[in-house]
Design a protein around this ligand. Structure first.
Ligand code: HEC
Length: 135
């Protein structure tokens, strides 16, 4: 069970991103318009000053510089966001709940509440695949 559920989540993510490509909306994901609002409402309450567990601030002005090309504190050698490489981005594993499979610790994010929707997770994946621009 524990081993199979991340795979199921990855499959759901693949299907979600595939269907969004096949659909009308094939525009690039905008970090500021599409992702910052999610980080602000679902994440910044805990990741506010950068001194809390996780050691990163995710409020609108700090999120990009705390994520992209910054090494994770939980998995040495893995970036939180590695541009063009969602599978090598610890953020994706924390959102999907596959973080333990890559040597991580702790829980799926957001801690203690409902996971992001598959559409929201697909947007993070697409943004990283497109190069994780500050767009
Ligand atoms: C209720 C508080 C809380 C919320 C909300 C929350 N986090 Fe966390 N986050 C934590 C705690 C505590 C840790 C460290 C322990 C753990 O990983 O479970 C952490 C760790 C992390 C890490 C690991 C950082 C690293 O460098 O290894 C990432 C990435 C992360 N959170 C992303 C997010 C994202 C993205 C959201 C919103 C979708 C979010 N968190 C929402 C409390 C929270």
């Amino acid at each position: 069970m524990i081993k199979t559920w991340p795979l199921a989540a990855l499959t759901a993510l693949f299907v979600a991103s595939f269907s969004s490509l096949a659909g009308a909306d094939n525009e690039a994901v905008s970090f500021k318009k599409d992702l910052v609002p999610i980080l602000k409402t679902r994440c910044a309450v805990c990741h506010l000053t950068g001194q809390e567990a996780g050691m990163m601030a995710l409020h609108p002005r700090a999120a990009y510089s705390n994520l992209v090309n910054i090494e994770s504190v939980e998995v040495a050698g893995m970036k939180r966001v590695s541009p063009y490489q969602p599978e090598a981005s610890y953020l994706m594993h924390k959102l999907l709940g596959s973080h333990l499979d890559v040597g991580g610790t702790g829980t799926q994010m957001p801690f203690g509440s409902q996971p992001l929707s598959s559409g929201e997770i697909a947007s993070f994946k697409k943004w990283i695949s497109e190069g994780a621009a500050e767009n």
